[in-house]
Design a protein around this ligand. Structure first.
Ligand SMILES: [Zn+2]
Length: 224
């Protein structure tokens, strides 16, 4: 890519984050494979821990080209760069309690997909999620925290047993917000339909360190 060609997205030319780094993006399948391999290294306690040194810092100071966008919970035990064994500039990460979506969050994801051309979006839930547990409990919460919990979607007909109910609610919530991305964003809907972007869903286990990848509904739009 010629970095001196004006960028159609932002017209900043020399300062444009899209043009500053010439490296090509992988396709969605390769991007997902990178995450799966990174998670396997992390779960096996053998991280490569690449892209965390001064050389990488200098490289990405010129511009960013993350190959994946991650929407994850704010939980301190679910740090995406660690659990996928990635480093600086590899992933654009948006974090909020309960990995919920709203216009600001979807806007940040759109930035990753459109301006930075990341081919893969991951919506990542996790086991023992306190935010989802609060939504399942349904007890009143103070001030702004209540607004976050209101956005959590626990689904219907939860199992009676407490742990099974939480696991089912976590899955329902992560699938719901993955669907919201294309429902609430015209550009993401077009990108998925045109196979420029793929959205995948996973649930990270705090105990094993492994991500369980879930099937997304509407598989025909997710062929890439
Ligand atoms: Zn959580």
């Amino acid at each position: 890519m010629n970095r001196f060609v004006a960028c159609l997205t932002c017209s900043l030319v020399l300062l444009c984050p899209v043009l500053l780094q010439a490296e090509e993006q992988p396709n969605a399948e390769t991007a997902l494979q990178r995450l799966k391999e990174g998670n396997a290294r992390f779960a096996a306690d053998q991280p490569a821990a690449k892209h965390r040194d001064a050389k990488r810092r200098a490289e990405v100071a010129k511009g960013q080209r993350p190959f994946a966008v991650i929407l994850a919970c704010a939980d301190s035990r679910v740090a995406p760069e660690l659990i996928f064994d990635q480093g600086l500039g590899d992933m654009l990460v948006v974090r909020v309690a309960g990995n919920v979506s709203n216009p600001e969050i979807i806007g940040s994801i759109e930035f990753g997909a459109t301006s930075l051309k990341a081919p893969l979006i991951v919506v990542l839930g996790h086991s023992q999620c306190g935010a989802v547990a609060a939504a399942v409990d349904g007890k009143p919460l103070p001030s702004n925290l209540a607004k976050v919990i209101e956005r959590i979607h626990i689904g219907k007909d939860l199992p009676k047993e407490k742990e099974a109910a939480l696991d089912a609610a976590i899955k329902a919530n992560v699938l719901h917000h993955a669907k919201e991305l294309t429902k609430q964003s015209k550009v993401l809907e077009e990108f998925v339909a045109g196979q420029r972007v793929r959205i995948v869903v996973g649930v990270y286990s705090l105990r094993t360190g492994e991500v369980d990848w879930l099937e997304m509904p509407k598989a025909k739009e997710q062929k890439r």
